[in-house]
Design a protein around this ligand. Structure first.
Ligand SMILES: [Fe+2]
Length: 241
């Protein structure tokens, strides 16, 4: 019995309408469906900006302790909920104005990632910022992005601002259509690139004592529009890893 995900069904519909050569090009998979790249945190000091300019908290992974201390001052309950992840995400987004974080994200893609693959990249104007506080459930279900975006040509970038492992990190489907997800431990100073259009991904309840804050974006080769372009982009990153 072969597991067929909604994305697989969508892919088959597309391939059915293409000529044979095109289908052959589009149906192959990348050399690696996920990979990690190291970057220089002094050249791209995301965590420094987040901690000093936005959170005003020395240790991002202990941000929840600042929240608790503030709540204690006002006599509020000392418990964190899933909705707090959204509340603090929104608060951070409003604080990014003038912090330099978004400009640094643009530089990171244009001067680091695009340089690596020797090609201009299209990317989200602003990264998605995610917060995952200790003891809380994630705010979204496991999913593949193609079902939402209908963009075959994109791959995913996931950049945590703290070291992540186990239930504080991103979980990724082990292979296409398996439905089996495993954690991908990512340290600060690494960026995870993965085939999130098709591979299911998401988070578990954060059972660690660390707050995770991460930046996410979708990337594609400038001018791309095909599934083969996403495969090609991931393969370019594999060659220079
Ligand atoms: Fe996603």
């Amino acid at each position: 019995m072969v597991n067929v995900t909604p994305s697989t069904l969508e892919l088959n519909k597309v391939f059915a309408g293409e000529n044979f050569t095109h289908a052959c090009i589009c149906s192959h998979t990348p050399l690696k469906n996920w990979l990690l790249l190291d970057f220089d945190i002094h050249q791209f000091p995301f965590a420094k900006i987040m901690s000093q300019q936005i959170l005003k908290c020395n240790n991002i992974d202990k941000y929840h302790e600042s929240i608790m201390a503030q709540r204690a001052q006002f006599g509020l309950p000392q418990k964190l909920f899933s909705q707090d992840n959204l509340f603090f995400r929104d608060m951070i987004i409003t604080q990014t104005q003038g912090s330099g974080l978004i400009e640094l994200y643009h530089q990171f893609i244009n001067k680091f990632l695009a340089y690596k693959v020797a090609h201009e990249l299209s990317f989200d104007e602003r990264p998605d910022i995610r917060v995952h506080l200790p003891g809380t459930l994630p705010v979204s279900e496991f999913h593949d992005d193609y079902s939402i975006t209908h963009h075959f040509e994109q791959i995913n970038m996931w950049l945590p601002l703290v070291d992540t492992a186990g239930t504080s990190t991103l979980w990724l489907e082990s292979d296409y259509g398996t439905g089996q997800v495993t954690p991908i431990d990512v340290k600060y100073g690494q960026v995870l690139l993965f085939d999130g259009g098709i591979l299911k991904h998401g988070s578990r309840k954060n059972e660690t004592n660390n707050t995770r804050i991460s930046l996410e974006s979708k990337l594609s080769l400038l001018g791309a529009g095909l599934r083969a372009d996403a495969v090609h982009l991931l393969d370019r990153f594999s060659f220079v890893q």
